[in-house]
Design a protein. Sequence first.
Length: 382
Amino acid sequence: MKTIRVMTIFGTRPEAIKMAPLVRELSRRESVESLCCVTAQHREMLDSVLYIFGLTPDYDLNIMEPRQTLSTITCKCLTGVEGVLTQAKPDLVLVHGDTSTTFSAALAAYYQQVMVGHVEAGLRTYDKYSPFPEEMNRTLVGDIADLHFCPTPANRENLAREGITKGVFITGNTVIDAMSTTVRSDFKFSTQLLNELDYNRRQVVLVTCHRRENYGEPMAHIMTALRRIVEDHPQVELVYPVHLSPVVREAAAKYLSGHDRIHLIDPLDVEEMHNLMARCHLVMTDSGGLQEEAPAMGKPVLVLRRETERPEAITAGTVRLAGTEEAEVYRLGSLLLEDQAVYAQMAHAVNPYGDGQACRRIADAIEWKFGLREEAPEEFRT
Ligand code: UD1
Ligand code: UDP
């Protein structure tokens, strides 16, 4: 049987979470030789995901440096991936999303004239500085890629507006596939803190905040608002797994430490994170992935950003933009904690981002594109 060599390339925690189920799916296909390359733009946070999903990369560029700049990540990935592609000679490279690894790996593949597939294609804010630099990374990969795997119909419409209409598939988001293997009602956490929190009687607020465009003043505003919310609501327990970026850790220590109901903890592995999300009361975050995961679990989300490339859950009513101003973050956080009717309106499970079958559709589309199967993949419908 004819086989194709498909190389998935990723480097950060969210890419790994969303690519792991796809690597598994590709490995199951007889027509595909699946290879995996990590840039390790993240180290510990990436390794934690690889461990949970039992993935051993074929290539590891190990590029991470403390306080790395966008240019150093891009240069090291570009040259590192060039070497890997020269050696492995894949027929198709798959990249995910919008990170510096995503952009550099796609560019390296283009320079070698290797076909590129973009997973999680077509999300846009149309503000090139928000999210920064992710909006530009994702847009540029849209120009480079030959195959575009859009999670939702709106993502395909964005690409169509830019004249990208060939090789576009609506697949759902692979994060929903990943969640189907991690969330369990009998899950036991590895720490006493998370096992002993009274999720029914306390209001557990799960927070993450790490984005580069929030560094500095916006992060100070957000964290000051979060502290005031905890101080004014005695039933709240705030749990914040703090990203390993030193910039983020310094801000969290400065604005949020020293309060007995604010729990600043190390990053959680993805199983712990998903199960904590399933039990918490409310999510406040600037993360992209959490905006997709929490709605599927019926958890209201306040987005700590000025805009989002994921409007679907806002339309569905489970996500609201809180921005980065202290007064508005405080107001909306307090409203959701105090007003049961507002909370109930937002706390219903919706799944605009996927049905858990995205990886199967992506693998089908690849096989179809390479003439290895007759039927085009069916599309994800919301
Ligand atoms: C990157 C992505 C961002 C994504 C985020 C997910 C870019 C430009 N940004 O941002 O889109 O939302 O990952 O978390 O690609 N660090 C460690 N260990 C780790 C991971 C990070 O020590 O396992 C520290 C290092 O000091 C590193 C810093 O965090 O220099 C920042 O990492 P970097 O990948 O540059 O940026 P993120 O903010 O993580
Ligand atoms: N996540 C995790 N542990 C944590 C924080 C987040 O496993 O301590 C997961 C989260 O559930 C989601 C992904 O990491 O799947 C989101 O990654 P991140 O917020 O770092 O990046 P973004 O999605 O904003 O690009």
